[in-house]
Each structure stands twice: as structure tokens, then as C-alpha cells.
Design a protein around this ligand. Structure first.
Ligand SMILES: [Zn+2]
Length: 483
């Protein structure tokens, strides 16, 4: 076990970021616990997550897991006796927040028999028991990728326990979780005695569902709106209104999954605080924009999700293993082995064969989603970055890089993407995110040291070298997964 995994890193640090190398000299004296009372990042360019202009030659002082001061050397002198981390030549940013994940899903088909059925090899109930038993492999992959907080926006009831478990842990991202989703239809993918979907059968069931979520400490009320052929939008409106009223009694925000414009507008009419997906069927209209602005709704575009599924179906059809975009080697060996196995599953397991029709549909959907993102940004609606990690081939942790790059490719500036991936992501977490998301005095010290300029190209975040979680410094190379 490395020093970093013990929760402490001893000694003075030097980041020779220009050449992508970190030099560590373990020469200085430290406190009895190995964690100094005060630590200072010195000399890097601070990009604090608020959108403010970068501060060159900055100092970030960390005391007892929180940021005591962040700014110029004059504004934030290095306290006497502080352990110094030399960040010259590097950039200092907040930890990344992924505002859309599912820890009840593995990132592969074994947790999604509804897309590709591998239950003969990986029984669903066993997969789920394993997820509950060992969420730490994903915690590590997140931290290793620079992600220090995630919002689980739908899953089994056990995900609620993760918030308390991770809140002070230097070895896991903060986890906020909504737990089971209220769903506009009775979706089948549940366990015999546990549900991840609560069917919105009628208004009474909806109110009971919200009370159940509130009683268990949910970080929001998650709602999945996807109308079936036999359903009409009018039938859902009363139930959404009931969800809104009941959630309001408990001060819980509505976190809504709705991908069609008509459904997303009903979500906004019900006061949605976060939309966890892009609108993918039609351009957003004036009504949509006006309601989102009135609510202060945060729009999470989740651009790359479908590309993960497409990659999986391509691999099944071609017999070639899918590529894995994991520049820092963060994904655990079991997940990597499963991903590689996709190629040998053989066609015939899926009802979604990849063909020209699917390619065309995917292309059109991506076009609508990216132009809607531009419209939403232009209208001043706050945007948060979220990957939908846990879905097939959207892997926990490193999926954030491609998602941020897709947002940049859609027309957001690197700075806008950085703010979406830090401050606004933390806002999406609601009360669970109030001390997260920026490098400012008083915030929890979740900070990255990055070896390239993220304000020139957001792909720089791939070059994360140090991940500081609640003041504890991890080298990314120590967090990387081992065989
Ligand atoms: Zn999702």
C-alpha cells in the first residue's frame, strides 16, 4: 500500500509540471500523524472555478482539510512552518464534480441487461451485491481521474449510505445520492426486494414515494419521465405537480431525467432544479429557456452517453475490443477485463443491432444535443458537467475528460467548461455541494494540480498530477489501478 493510500503524504513536494514529472523529496519533518497542520501550494497558476481570471504565481493555504486562503502571494502569504508543495509551472483548479453518475451501475453490460444481456455469465443480483459491497474501486478511479465529488442521480437505496461514508474520507469523492427514481412507467429492472424505480402509478403513490425518499435522507427527488406509447403527457402532469408539492415540504429539489422537449418542459413547469440530460429531439424553445431561468435550473448536457452504447454494440458486432480512454490508468482490472470481454460476447444478445439506421439516429441526436447546449449557454442557463457514468462503456472516473472535451467542441470556452465541471457541478449537488466546487477560503480543500493550462484547452485536465481531497495529497500515479 502506498503512502498516499494510507491517507497521508509525507514531506515536501515539488511539481516539475512543465515536463510532466513530479519530484518528491521526503526530507522535511512532519507532525506526529504525518499530516501537517498547514500546507501551502505555491507558485502555480490558480484557476479557482468561479470563472475569474487566472492568478499567476498563486498561493493556496490549506488548514485542517479546508482552504484557508487562495490568491496572490501578497494576499495569501505562506504561513510559517507550513509544508510547501511547489506548484510552479502547473495549474491549480478545484476538484472535478461529475453531476450525473450511477454507482448502482458498473460501466458495463452486467448492470444493464436491458441493453445487452449477459446475465448467463453475470447474474444481475450478484452484480448488484458486488456493487454495494465494493464501491471503493470506483471511488479510487474517480479520485485518480481528478474527480472529487459525484452526484448519483438514481439507484438502489444503499447508495444513500455513501454520503456519510465519503464526506470526510480522503480516499473517496464526496457522494450525494437521490436513491430510487420516481418513474412515469413501471420499469422492470429491479431486484426482488429492492427497487431502483418507483412507479408513479397515481398521485397517492407519488406522494408516498417522495415521503419515503425524504425519510431516508435523499439528496433530492429523482424523476424519470419517459412516456410509453399508451401514455399521454396530460396523465403525468398531475403526478409531477404532486411530486413538486411533496418535495417542497421537505426542501428537496427535483432532479429530472427527461430527454424530449415536451417532457423536459413539463419537468421545468414542475420546478426541476436539475435536468440531467440534454433535450435530444427538438431545439429548445423560448418557453423552455424562460422557465429554466425562472427556476434557476441547472442543465446537465450528458453528451457522450449514447456513444458508449454505440461503442459496445460495435464491439459485439466486430469482435474487436472497445478502446478505453483512461490516460492515467485509473480503471480497475475487473472493469477493464469486462470491457475487453465485450468483443467475445457474440451477436444475438442484443435487441439493438448497430446498423446504418442507428448511426443516422445517433448523429442527429448528437447534433440536436450540441446545438441545444449552445442555445442554453447563450441564454445564460447554468450548465453542469455530467457523464452518466455506470452506463455501458461510460466508465466511472476517466469519462469526465471526453465529456468536458465534447462540451468544448460544442462551443463552450475552456473556462466555461471548467466552471461547469466544478462550481456549477457543486451547485447541482444542492446542500451536499455547498462547501465544494471552488478554490476559495472556507471551502473543503478538494484541489487539483494539473500539468497543462485548462483555460487554453480543457483536455489539459487529463494531465492531472496531484489530487488533493479534504487536504490530503494524492499522487495520481499512486492512485492508478494495479493489476
Ligand atoms: Zn443517468
Amino acid at each position: 500500500m502506498s503512502a498516499a493510500m494510507e491517507g497521508h503524504v509525507r514531506g515536501n513536494w515539488s511539481v516539475a509540471a512543465a515536463v510532466g514529472v513530479i519530484l518528491v523529496s521526503a526530507t522535511s519533518a512532519t507532525g506526529a500523524t504525518g499530516t501537517p497542520a498547514v500546507r501551502a501550494l505555491v507558485g502555480g497558476t490558480l484557476v479557482d472555478g468561479t470563472g475569474a481570471a487566472p492568478v499567476k504565481n498563486a498561493v493556496v493555504v490549506i488548514r485542517e482539510g479546508r482552504i484557508a486562503c487562495a490568491g496572490t502571494r501578497a494576499a495569501c502569504p505562506v504561513p510559517k512552518g507550513a509544508e510547501e508543495v511547489d506548484a510552479s509551472g502547473a495549474w491549480i483548479t478545484p476538484g472535478i464534480v461529475d453531476a450525473h453518475v450511477h454507482l448502482s451501475q458498473t460501466g458495463w453490460a452486467d448492470s444493464h441487461p436491458d441493453s445487452l444481456d449477459v446475465r448467463d455469465r453475470y447474474p444481475y443480483e450478484k452484480v448488484q451485491a458486488g456493487l454495494r459491497e465494493h464501491p471503493e474501486r470506483f471511488f479510487r478511479s474517480y479520485l485518480c481521474s481528478g474527480v472529487t465529488a459525484v452526484f448519483d442521480v438514481g439507484g438502489y437505496p444503499w447508495t444513500w449510505s455513501l454520503r456519510a461514508r465519503t464526506v470526510t474520507s480522503p480516499d473517496a469523492p464526496h457522494v450525494a445520492a437521490v436513491g430510487p427514481l420516481l418513474a412515469t412507467h413501471d420499469y422492470w429492472l429491479n431486484l426482488p426486494a429492492e427497487r431502483q424505480f418507483i412507479s408513479m402509478t397515481d398521485v397517492k403513490t407519488v406522494r408516498e414515494g417522495v415521503r419515503y425518499l425524504a425519510a431516508n435522507g435523499a439528496d433530492g427527488v429523482g424523476v424519470w419521465i419517459v412516456l410509453q406509447k399508451e401514455q399521454r403527457l396530460e396523465d403525468v402532469i398531475g403526478k409531477l405537480r404532486a411530486a413538486r408539492e411533496e418535495a417542497r415540504k421537505f426542501g428537496l429539489p427535483l432532479i429530472i431525467d427527461a430527454t424530449r422537449l415536451s417532457e423536459a418542459k413539463e419537468a421545468l413547469r414542475a420546478g426541476a432544479k436539475v435536468l440531467v440530460h440534454s433535450v435530444i429531439d427538438l431545439p429548445v424553445d423560448e418557453d423552455f429557456v424562460a422557465m429554466a431561468k425562472t427556476n434557476g435550473t441547472i442543465y446537465c448536457p450528458t453528451l457522450n452517453l449514447f456513444l458508449g452504447y454505440a461503442k459496445m454494440f460495435d464491439s459485439v458486432a466486430s469482435g474487436k475490443p472497445p478502446t478505453v480512454d483512461d490516460p492515467n490508468g485509473c480503471v480497475d482490472p475487473a472493469t477493464r477485463a469486462n470491457v475487453a470481454e465485450t468483443a467475445s460476447l457474440g451477436a444475438g444478445r442484443t435487441e439493438h443491432p448497430r446498423g446504418e439506421g442507428m448511426n443516422t439516429l445517433l448523429q442527429k441526436t448528437q447534433q440536436v444535443a450540441t446545438s441545444n447546449l449552445r442555445a442554453v449557454v447563450a441564454a445564460g442557463i447554468p450548465v453542469a458537467m455530467g457523464t452518466d457514468a455506470g452506463n455501458s462503456l461510460t466508465l466511472h472516473g476517466p469519462s469526465v475528460y471526453a465529456e468536458m472535451e465534447a462540451m468544448q467542441a460544442a462551443g463552450m470556452t475552456p473556462m466555461q467548461v471548467l466552471v461547469a465541471s466544478t462550481r456549477t457541478g457543486a451547485l447541482a449537488l444542492g446542500s451536499a455541494g455547498k462547501d465544494l466546487g471552488t478554490v476559495e477560503g472556507g471551502k473543503i480543500a478538494d484541489v487539483l494540480v494539473v500539468a497543462a493550462d485548462p483555460t487554453a484547452d480543457i483536455a489539459a485536465i487529463r494531465k492531472v498530477r496531484l489530487v488533493i481531497r479534504a487536504g490530503v495529497v494524492h499522487r495520481v500515479s499512486d492512485l492508478a489501478a494495479r493489476n
